[in-house]
Design a protein. Sequence first.
Length: 302
Amino acid sequence: MVMRIYQKAFAELMKKPFRLWGITLLSGILTWVGYVLGGPVLLIGVCVAILLQASLANVYLKSYIGGEQIHAVDLFNTFRDWKTSKRVLCAISWGMLWKCLWGLIPIVGPIFMIIRGYQYSLIPYLVMDNTELKNTEYKDESTKMTNGYKGKMFLADILVYVAFFLVVLILSLLARIPYVGVVFGVINVLFMICFSLLVPLFINIVHASFYEEIKNAPQGGPQNGQFYAPQGNPYYAPQNGQYPQYGQPQMPQNGQYPQYAQPQNGQYPQYGQPQMPQNGQYPQYGQPAPQNPQNGQVPPQQ
């Protein structure tokens, strides 16, 4: 899943890197302006930063989905009316509050804060995509959606920086080679510049992609680490460690489900008692099975 998301996120980034970088830069400038204009009232700057954060997250989501062009004006989608702004501020602030409270736990607080950060990471997308929930319910909905995905989300983040560290390490070692080492040193500097400019954009697209992938996963994706069966012909997995009883639907053979004997007088035939075919046909249910012939003749039925 992570590699598939990487491939699509990188493809989308390469289509419009300058536009995404420009919108991200504009968001940072507007956030700084919000803190400056707020002056001593720090709350104003915080509110502006939260609204811009939600708008920017949905810009990346729109970029990942594709089909629509992204514009700088999309940064103001959370400012379009008071009802929208209030919903976004309350939902994201509620998630941030709980994340900070988890972080106050002694010793293990930072670990729980990271876990809750991934757990509540879908709130900026949910709050713009679903207007039916209450302001305090977006946190619970994000928790439900990320169940079984937090490890993949963490892996998707950490792999990028592990790869960066390995590339820089290799280029730094090659730069120590006499004469040709200068070339590798220049490559190393250019690589770090490109990384600092493009990887934040890539990471934001990856975060948005998880929301889209989870939302479109069959039956909402895995619950408690297990996936639901895909839509279509049902797969009858064991329930509570037991397979379905005889007579219940099983897996299709050659694209067709097997036929089952109809009950006679309200009873099914005894499971495990096969009947032998005669002239290429099986006897009707309820007919006694033929006995072995004696002297070429079948004895009369008792």
